[in-house]
Design a protein around this ligand. Structure first.
Ligand code: AMP
Ligand code: MN
Ligand code: MN
Ligand code: MN
Length: 274
């Protein structure tokens, strides 16, 4: 079985349309596939239409930003009912914060000599949802920075000109939205937060206590050792395991849809009942 439960379209910070992403998943031979844009489910209508067209099993998903201990983490909501009002009201809150944050970021960048940043970033963001990736793309286009890595470091984090702290909902609230919509809450890419292993285990223990269902064990950039490590944590904290590439389609991103290492804990997968 080929499973990929973490992917982006241009409804958030991916490059391709939902139709194109679904076509790629089908081409790669995915059996179960999920579109998980940041804080929005708006791309799923188009994705579902195309999935029906080509005969692909599409799981309705989302990747929600959340606060834990003053840090931003990402929680995937998988197999959600996108019509649930509690869930959508939560996402709306984050969409509103993204607009406000974009204005603040643009002001900060103005202070650093990058003018009309808000207008420029709106041209880059195809569907009105503004992410830091769009700011990064805009700053590279403007010749301010040469690549993604340096632009995040120099402009978009911490106390840098375009750095604005996350004011996302707390992790337990986000898990509540996902559960209200009947979905599974899965911690995305646990090794991508700047945390020591001790701290990640504290995070997993804390989230598990708040009802987290699973953890992403296999991601597009995972090594075999990393997969073994996270899969042991999943067992330790009694969590289901998930697998997803985090495909965005950026030219410099090597990740491909559906090209993932095997899952070790085959008996406790998040998709076992789907
Ligand atoms: P946001 O949710 O708007 O804060 O944007 C976060 C997104 O920016 C992540 O989902 C990544 O796709 C991207 N991102 C964050 N940090 C980096 C980085 N250092 N290099 C490239 N992309 C990054
Ligand atoms: Mn992203
Ligand atoms: Mn993420
Ligand atoms: Mn992602």
């Amino acid at each position: 079985m080929k499973i990929d439960l973490h992917n982006h379209s241009y409804y958030s910070d991916g490059v391709l349309s939902p139709t194109e992403v679904v076509n790629l998943a089908k081409q790669e031979g995915c059996d179960i596939f999920s579109l998980t844009d940041h804080d929005t489910t708006d791309g799923l209508l188009e994705a579902q239409k195309q999935a029906d067209e080509v005969g692909l099993k599409l799981v309705h998903g989302v990747e929600i930003s959340a606060m834990w201990s003053n840090m931003t983490i990402h929680i995937l909501g998988l197999n959600v009912d996108i019509n649930n009002p509690i869930f959508q009201a939560g996402l709306k809150q984050h969409q509103d914060f993204r607009q406000l944050r974009a204005e603040k970021m643009a002001r900060g960048l103005g202070g650093a000599g990058v003018f009309s940043a808000l207008e420029k970033v709106k041209v880059v963001a195809k569907k009105g949802m503004i992410t830091r990736t769009h700011f990064a793309q805009m700053l590279i286009q403007e010749g301010v920075c040469k690549d993604m890595r340096s632009v995040f470091k120099r402009f978009l984090t911490g106390k840098k000109p375009g750095g604005v702290g996350g004011q996302w909902a707390q992790f337990d609230e986000v898990i509540g939205w996902i559960h209200a919509a009947g979905g599974k809450a899965v911690l995305a890419h646990p090794l991508r937060y700047r945390m020591t292993n001790t701290k990640i285990k504290r995070l997993l223990s804390h989230l598990s206590g708040a009802g987290l269902d699973g953890v992403e064990v296999v991601t597009g950039s995972s090594s075999k050792d990393e997969i073994t490590l996270v899969s042991q944590w999943a067992t330790q904290f009694d969590l289901l395991v998930s697998s997803g590439s985090d495909y965005h389609g950026w030219p410099n991103q090597r990740t491909r849809i559906g090209r993932l290492h095997d899952m070790p804990n085959v008996n406790q997968t998040v998709w076992k009942d789907w």
